[in-house]
Design a protein around this ligand. Structure first.
Ligand SMILES: [Zn+2]
Length: 115
């Protein structure tokens, strides 16, 4: 099964939010949970990235790339960057994978690779 990362669409004005907020940033409608779930697109452009070394053991990699990607719908997300030599503005495609093993459950997030 392919996993998704969900955005939250305001039922009153259609503005997409990610991550979830209790109040719409556009129309400021104050009704709790007046949002529909909508999966985020997987393709976008790499806005910025960094590499982290010396990670805690639960990451299970020697070097972790982290980046901010602007998705096709304009929403910006953070995710892992699994690209040997990334460049700013490059096209990437995300896959939802385990990004961290915790004691009780695995954490899922975007892992971006060259499109
Ligand atoms: Zn709204």
């Amino acid at each position: 099964m392919e996993r998704e990362v969900n955005a939250y669409k305001c039922r009153k004005c259609g503005t997409l939010h990610y991550p979830f907020r209790m109040v719409c940033k556009n129309c400021r409608a104050n009704d709790y949970f007046e949002f529909d779930i909508e999966p985020l697109p997987k393709r976008g452009k790499l806005l910025t990235f960094t590499f982290i070394h010396n990670l805690p053991a639960q990451f299970e990699v020697a070097r972790l790339g982290l980046g901010i990607v602007e998705l096709e719908n304009g929403i910006r997300v953070t995710g892992q960057v699994d690209i040997e030599d990334p460049t700013l503005g490059m096209d990437v495609v995300g896959n939802v994978e385990v990004v961290r093993h915790d004691t009780y459950d695995d954490r899922y997030g975007f892992v971006f690779r060259a499109a």
